[in-house]
Design a protein. Structure first.
Length: 119
């Protein structure tokens, strides 16, 4: 399935989920399942990049929170969110995503935080 809202790439061996454009729940519905599969395979560290994300609707925020809780609680992994503008930072704090997920300025900063974490 071609998904324009969620793009998976890699930075320093870490999976980077980039959220693009107007994020709706329908566009990121596969996120939790992707994270579950990767976590079951041993991956514990993830970067969520929102630098290309314009808007996030409420159902998508719920999907994000579920995905981050899955990594944090079910697999004892780590998510670092980056590329947040002030509105998204406030939204992520109010919704409880921050402090479950750490925040970084950009992908390189996020990778640095994760690579310095002890497993």
């Amino acid at each position: 399935m071609d998904n324009q809202q969620l793009v998976l790439s890699n930075r320093n061996g870490l999976p980077v989920f980039s959220f693009v454009g107007h994020c709706k729940a329908e566009g990121i519905e596969s996120l939790s399942e992707q994270l579950r599969q990767m976590s079951e395979a041993g991956q514990k560290k993830y970067i969520f990049d929102f630098s290309s994300c314009k808007l996030i609707n409420s159902p998508a925020m719920g999907e994000l929170l579920d995905a981050i809780l899955l990594v944090d609680h079910d697999f004892e992994g780590h998510v670092v969110v980056c590329g947040l503008d002030s509105l998204k930072e406030t939204l992520f704090t109010i919704s409880g995503i921050i402090p479950i997920a750490q925040e970084a300025r950009d992908i390189d900063s996020a990778a640095s935080i994760l690579l310095n974490l002890q497993d």
